[in-house]
Write a protein that binds this ligand. Sequence first.
Ligand SMILES: [Zn+2]
Ligand SMILES: [Zn+2]
Length: 248
Amino acid sequence: MITSNHVLIITILGLFGLALYATIGISIYWLMLSLIVYFVFSCLGITITFHRYLSHRSFQFRWKWMERLFILFGSLAGTGSAIGWVAVHKAHHKHSDTDKDPHGPMTGWRNFFNDYDEHVNYWSVKNLLKDPYLKKLHKYGLWILLAFYALLFMIGGVKAIVFLGLVPQMLTIVISAMSNYFTHSYGYRTYETGDDSRNTWWMSIPTWGESWHNNHHAKPHLYSFRHKWWEFDISGSIISLIREKDVR
Ligand SMILES: [Zn+2]
Ligand SMILES: [Zn+2]
């Protein structure tokens, strides 16, 4: 299982690796690969699958193999398992901007390294616990990450571990934490939601549309966070292509 200490270590190693190669020289090619992997982990894995699908069931995948694959992408993002992520996120919606909120401005920048397991209410994810695939990814999360690094090392040595593993993971962790903080403190409100959620326009690109956060708190069952025509939500656009249209 992945804990807050592991998340902290991944972040530091990602920053250190980036700084090291910035000193000795990085090609634009490797940086582009990092951004592509960041998209795969963060957009396809975390935003679309852990958040909008597993936490809110706002759509159904058209293909089962894609659902399984995207869950694996999210599990490699360095922010813990789907079971841990969903439990923390459900607690966030239930207790937004109170002492029981696992992240947000109430906890300040400490939310970078929250102990995911500390907030896991297993009852809130009892449906996910029926899925042996999700249970295995939760139990063996750290070993799966280590196997991923070993695979990257075989493909391209230390450089591959840094640019295809640690840097995309560090970006996922840091940008998620920034999103948790800013989307409950800076931005405009379209809906009176009873919490401090905001639509933070300048984070909409790096968060793949997640920062239209007041829209999301108002209507969490909608897969698209775009409630005004100019609120660009790339995750919602991707979901419209991969969802089972007969269901919703
Ligand atoms: Zn949510
Ligand atoms: Zn929120």
